[in-house]
Ligand binder design. Structure first.
Ligand SMILES: [Mg+2]
Length: 232
């Protein structure tokens, strides 16, 4: 595989800097985070905040606690085999709620209702680049710490990905990012060695750290245009 010198925000597994001149190789597979990467998160968050204020004040403390448990779980070694179920159970226990009722609220307010806004704020340029990459023979996967399939449908992007590894869905990761399990599973499913994979994500402390642990390159989504330019 050919290599070329580029100047872009790609961190190599052995490097710790975000903006360095590095020698990056072309990648056989792109592994993408979903939330905040395939769509512009601030727009979706603002729209959902308005909707929550109007119709969802009842569920606000539940969603807040659910997110809090998510961040706590990232650092926890005891995630079981299904981090989504553990996150639900811990939130329900902390708030003395029924797990089924909590899961209904989470799926309604964190997956179903945001769908239309996710579509509004899709990163069209990135999605077009993924389409071109696939047409050129590139391999693609989504790796998400939240359920992904409904959002991918809303993004009109389901067909762009051969593999979807998503927490809360079948064949999801055993552990949340920054654990590399999800990205390694995706690489294995694609049959591409980790060193030939590029992880594209919005969080260096989650996607970037997971990529480095997995021996993969990482590109911040905000630096993606520069990455593409470097490959021409
Ligand atoms: Mg993200």
């Amino acid at each position: 595989m050919s290599e070329r010198a580029v100047d872009l925000e790609v961190s190599r597994p052995t490097g710790d800097s975000d903006s360095l001149s590095v020698r990056a190789r072309k990648h056989a597979a792109w592994l993408l985070d979903l939330d905040g990467t395939l769509y512009w998160a601030p727009g979706v968050k603002l729209a959902m905040a308005c909707e929550l204020l109007l119709f969802g004040m009842r569920v606000l403390p539940r969603l807040r606690r659910f997110r809090h448990e998510h961040e706590r779980l990232r650092d926890d070694r005891d995630q079981g085999d299904n981090p989504f179920a553990v996150q639900l159970a811990r939130t329900a226990s902390a708030l003395a709620l029924d797990v089924t009722e909590l899961e209904r609220d989470v799926r309604t307010w964190m997956i179903e209702r945001p769908r239309r806004y996710v579509g509004w704020f899709r990163r069209s340029g990135l999605l077009r680049a993924i389409e071109r990459f696939r047409r050129a023979g590139g391999r693609t996967a989504v790796v998400s710490d939240y359920p992904a399939l409904e959002k991918l449908e809303a993004l009109r992007a389901r067909d762009l990905f051969e593999v979807v590894i998503a927490n809360g869905e079948p064949f999801g990761p055993r552990r949340l990012k920054p654990d590399p399990d999800g990205y390694l599973k995706a690489a294995q499913a694609l049959g591409v060695p980790p060193r030939s994979c590029l992880v594209i994500g919005d969080r260096d402390d989650a996607d970037g750290a997971a990529a480095r642990s997995a021996g993969m390159d990482f590109c911040q989504v905000r630096a993606f245009r520069r990455y593409l330019a470097s490959q021409r």
